[in-house]
Design a protein around this ligand. Structure first.
Ligand code: ADP
Ligand code: MG
Length: 252
């Protein structure tokens, strides 16, 4: 069942001075099944963040449409868009985006607080999640008191606590050392095994190897995709790296 459908997505950034503008996305087409874990890879400047920003309703497309569960994102009225984002989507960023003067617990609960959920409902959602993520003992700590890996696990908890339709992650391992990266990817893989749909942008072939399919974008278009199928992780990393190599050779 198609869950996210991206149709002829085009994005042109125009400057106020009326110059020609930058075509960040030319014609992007792909669809994501419910429960898929997709990675998006491509060189710097290829349009990955632009794509993720449109999927997350933070930015709008110049042309084309994104359907989430058959709903065109452009049909969501301005007043409803922040609630939609908070309740239907979960975000994980490279630099965690935790609030420094909130404890981990308050950071994780923030989306539920903003949606005015009852306190006991929040506690019920919180406990199993933080135990699963191994941060139950850190709930009263502030972000600056914990490691990068722990911060990112808190961000994952914040993303999951609303039981979103989709998790959107932009370079989630970008600020982590290799051990914390591996730990985070194992967590995301586990979240995926539990049926969560995930779209992740990454530079890392190793991180991408945890997903079920990798999309490669270049010059604002998807030009290649790889399915993991029943490949062993190392074999999948190999084929992802080869695809990236071919792509960069193709440019010179
Ligand atoms: N807000 C913006 N205004 C103008 N140009 C932008 C903006 N954001 C991105 N771009 C341009 O769009 C292209 C794609 O950028 P981006 O989506 O950030 O790529 P990636 O995440 O793959 O590095 C780049 O040429 C970039 O300079
Ligand atoms: Mg980017």
């Amino acid at each position: 069942m198609t869950f996210i459908d991206v149709k002829h997505l085009k994005k042109v950034y125009t400057s106020k001075l009326g110059s020609k503008g930058t075509e960040a996305l030319k014609d992007v087409n792909f669809s994501v099944e419910k429960g898929e874990f997709i990675s998006v890879m491509g060189e710097s400047g290829s349009g990955k963040t632009t794509l993720l920003n449109i999927l997350s309703t933070l930015d709008s497309a110049t042309e084309g449409e994104v359907y989430l569960d058959d709903q065109p994102l452009s049909s969501i009225k301005d007043k409803k868009v922040s609630r939609f984002r908070r309740e239907q989507l979960g975000f994980i960023f490279q630099d965690f985006n935790l609030l420094d003067n909130f404890t981990l617990k308050d950071n994780i609960l923030l989306p539920l607080v903003l949606s005015r959920k009852a306190v006991d409902e929040m506690e019920t959602a919180l406990q199993p999640l933080v135990e699963r993520l191994g941060i139950a003992h850190l709930l009263n700590n502030y972000p600056y008191e914990v490691s990068g890996g722990q911060k990112q696990r808190a961000a994952v908890a914040r993303a999951l606590i609303t039981q979103p339709k989709v998790i959107l992650a932009d370079e989630p391992t970008g600020a982590l050392d290799s051990k914390s990266s591996q730990n985070l990817m194992e967590i995301l893989s586990d979240v995926h095994q539990n049926g969560q749909t995930i779209v992740m942008v990454t530079h890392s072939a190793r991180a991408a190897s945890y997903s079920s399919r990798v999309l490669f974008i270049r010059d604002g278009q998807v030009y290649h995709e790889l399915y993991r199928g029943d490949k062993e992780p190392d074999a999948f990393i190999d084929s992802i790296s080869k695809s990236l190599l071919v792509s960069s050779k193709g440019r010179v």
